[in-house]
Design a protein around this ligand. Sequence first.
Ligand code: SAM
Ligand code: SF4
Length: 330
Amino acid sequence: MIDPFGRTVSYLRVSVTDRCDFRCVYCMAEDMTFLPKADVLSLEELDRLCNAFIRQGVRKLRLTGGEPLVRRNIMWLIERLGRQIERGALDELTLTTNGSQLAKYATALKAAGVRRINVSLDTLDEQKFAAITRWGRLGQVMDGLEAAKRAGLKVKINTVALKGVNDGEFDDLVAWCGAEGHDLTFIEVMPMGEIGGEARLDQYLPLSRVRADLARRWSLAESDYRTGGPARYVTVGETGGRVGFITPLTHNFCESCNRVRLTCTGTLYMCLGQEDAADLRAPLRASESDELLDGAILEAIGRKPKGHDFVIDRSHHGPAVPRHMSVTGG
Ligand code: SAM
Ligand code: SF4
């Protein structure tokens, strides 16, 4: 699939549920209303949709959410998709998770063909962890990470940089990830969805500042390592580990965008920062043959926008994109 700007679309991110067992302050309001079950695609429908994308050239699939591992029976879907790797139809199947269920699933994930996972972890401090995630417990995630390591899953830690919250801990995170053998990526807070209470401007911390600050104590060498995503990496001399920076607000990474995002209701977003979308649930449910669906996918790719325009709105303090990250999964 090639979009109108000549970019090959080979990476699909699928949000398998909008639900989550955490309520991270930058992601959700505490009293979130979730989608009615009837609107959410069944696992069979998600499998059919993913296969349609694989047929059209998608080589990498990432499951996300909400929290993908809280969806009931999720291993059924992961095992089905894992077979596409065995068949050579897919290069990579991976997921982004908060880690809370990893102790239970790590071994099964590895057996299904998952090799790498991203685990979101913003702090190593138990109390701060509870404050950021509202409902999470750090110990549970640490147990999950241990299980992932034992199972042989390669882990990348994603840390959202939050001003006045975890900005005193970045050195500890770099050292800990280095010692554990995990890559680490810092993410800037993005203005998505109403989250109640906290104002975005208070959370926003430019990663250019984080990087400059880290460079005072660590030897950071530019790296040409790429994962096909927007992160730019450096190698940390002291630990040998990699640290990445995803800066959607301060750096435009759209020109190399190879991805589209599917929600658990079958809506395809061609750009994380734009509202433009395509409904794939109707063509999916309209017919048992995949002809309508394949046509709808190609039509949507033909409308992939050139780029996004994130701005934290200084006058309204409202989100630039009204949907929550837990809808499209980041
Ligand atoms: N629940 C899983 C998790 O936390 O990894 C997967 C879904 S979560 C929406 C995916 C990623 O988006 C997480 O790394 C999370 O920290 C990040 N995220 C959520 N809201 C964000 C925001 N407003 N700005 C930047 N990153 C955000
Ligand atoms: Fe849940 Fe992930 Fe959002 Fe946190 S960031 S509330 S873990 S979906």
